[in-house]
Design a binder for this molecule. Structure first.
Ligand SMILES: Cc1cc2nc3c(=O)[nH]c(=O)nc-3n(C[C@H](O)[C@H](O)[C@H](O)COP(=O)(O)OP(=O)(O)OC[C@H]3O[C@@H](n4cnc5c(N)ncnc54)[C@H](O)[C@@H]3O)c2cc1C
Length: 422
């Protein structure tokens, strides 16, 4: 089929996950016309990251949107408790953080994305096309000048843009089409995700469960528990071979109050295997093209920081690029500044995640780490409220958190509060 005549926009973003949606909102708010393409028909995909950290809530506060965002149903976790065979301890205490947001908010990602897109759609420069799959890049003289996409009928289209953004996740097609290849660091774990009913009488909120050979995280989703059952990399098929009863029995043994409802897992169709992947691009850009979020750096689920890094990438991108995009002065130097700004938080966070995976999670799963006497570092953490405050800061705020500095077009959204007033 012949492509229809090319559309012209200032910025075209492939992928409407947390990175693409927030970047679309911020650029439109700055008066940049932006087209976001999302290959799915809705955001209703289960088992995605669901945590909004204090630094991300603060960004929405700076946009004057925190109250409206927190009016969306969610659960708040002021502490992250962990249960071991030797007793319970607190890994992170968000109540010790400065500012208004002293908790992790657990909000289904589809609700979060609906909210962001709902705000963006109020802005005249924002357009979102669903069921629009980006296929490749348009190039002229070594510069990316837009992308190609197809609609659900397979009709090809072209968009020409001053800037093309790959925010299409960790298997980014656009990144591949642009010839950018990430360095893969590997990960020794995968995660089985499933739901179990949560009863009003269940006293616990979100918590982790450690035992020799096992690591589970149970996320309180109101009427159900979302369970992350961490397994050694590549062992999902072997586990399936043992039968579902073995998984049910393991969950019931590790978390006895779930024993009366593990039968809610009726078949393996109720259990998803999520491949954990940690990688990073050496160069996040080419002339005319920038990768952000998982497309630039796939994160491990440890710490649940992936959404937050993706959102902060989007904020840094808007801070540094909105003006040159609007003025038509965008150059590769501006794109390099985005990478420079976001590299340190990414490298350090991935480094910490990889160390925890290698030194703690994998030995635990291999049964080489006993939790009848938790490792000294955990015992120390459990005894020290100040350390629990530090881990809360590392998880909830992270390194070099962004603030919204991109201009707000006077005709558009309300004023941005200066940083520090949260
Ligand atoms: C097991 C697991 C658990 C996790 N748990 C958490 C957690 O609790 N908290 C947390 O913060 N993070 C978590 N993460 C990580 C988090 O989900 C990601 O880091 C985050 O979603 C990245 O956002 P993104 O916008 O960059 O990419 P994505 O969320 O992957 O969004 C990319 C979007 O692009 C779309 N797309 C893909 N290809 C195309 C195309 N060709 N054309 C158009 N659209 C396209 C996709 O449909 C998707 O909507 C977890 C990850 C894993 C693997």
């Amino acid at each position: 089929m012949e492509p229809s005549p090319a559309t012209q926009v200032t910025c075209c973003i492939a992928g409407c996950g947390p990175a693409g949606a927030v970047l679309g909102l911020l650029l439109a708010r700055s008066g940049v016309d932006v087209l976001v393409l999302e290959k799915h028909g809705d955001f209703l995909r289960d088992f995605r990251g669901d945590t909004l950290h204090p630094s991300t809530l603060r960004l929405f506060d700076e946009l004057g949107l925190a109250e409206r965002l927190l009016a969306v149903p969610h659960q708040e976790a002021p502490v992250l408790p962990v249960s071991t065979d030797a007793g319970d301890l607190i890994l992170a205490d968000f109540r010790r953080l400065p500012g208004r947001f002293r908790f992790l908010a657990f909000m289904p990602q589809w609700d979060f994305l609906d909210f962001v897109v709902g705000q963006a759609r109020r802005l005249p420069g924002f357009e979102l096309r669903m069921r629009a799959e980006a296929l490749g890049v348009l190039e002229e003289g070594g510069r990316v000048v837009g992308l190609t996409w197809h609609d659900p009928d397979g009709q090809p289209h072209q968009v020409r843009a001053r800037l093309t953004v790959a925010a299409d996740g960790r298997d980014s097609r656009l990144r591949r089409a642009a010839g950018l290849r990430p360095t893969v660091f590997g990960a020794p774990i995968d995660v089985l995700w499933f739901r179990l009913p949560r009863r009003p009488t269940d006293e616990l909120a979100t918590f982790g469960r450690l035992a020799a050979g096992h690591l589970l995280v149970l996320i309180d989703r109101g009427h159900y528990w979302q369970v992350a059952y961490v397994i050694p990399k590549g062992s999902a098929d072997e586990l399936r071979g043992h039968g579902l009863d073995r998984l049910r029995a393991s969950v019931a043994e590790l978390v006895p109050f779930l024993a009366d409802r593990v039968d809610a897992l009726e078949s393996w169709d109720d259990v998803r295997t999520l491949r954990v992947q940690v990688d990073r691009l050496r160069r996040w850009f080419r002339p005319g093209l920038l990768c952000i979020g998982d497309a630039a750096h796939a994160m491990s689920p440890i710490g649940g920081v992936g959404i937050n890094l993706a959102v902060h990438d989007a904020v840094a991108t808007a801070n540094l690029l909105a003006r040159p995009l609007r003025d038509g002065t965008l150059s590769s130097w501006h794109l390099a500044r985005v990478q420079l700004r976001r590299l340190l938080p990414t490298v350090v966070t991935q480094g910490v995640q990889r160390t925890i995976q290698r030194r703690f999670v994998f030995p635990l799963l291999a049964g080489r780490l006993s939790t009848t006497g938790p490792p000294a570092a955990l015992r120390l953490l459990g005894r020290s409220p100040s350390l629990q405050g530090l881990t809360a800061r590392a998880i909830g705020i992270g390194i070099l958190p962004e603030h919204v500095r991109s201009p707000s077009s006077p005709a558009l959204a309300g004023p941005v509060r200066p940083p520090g007033r949260a």
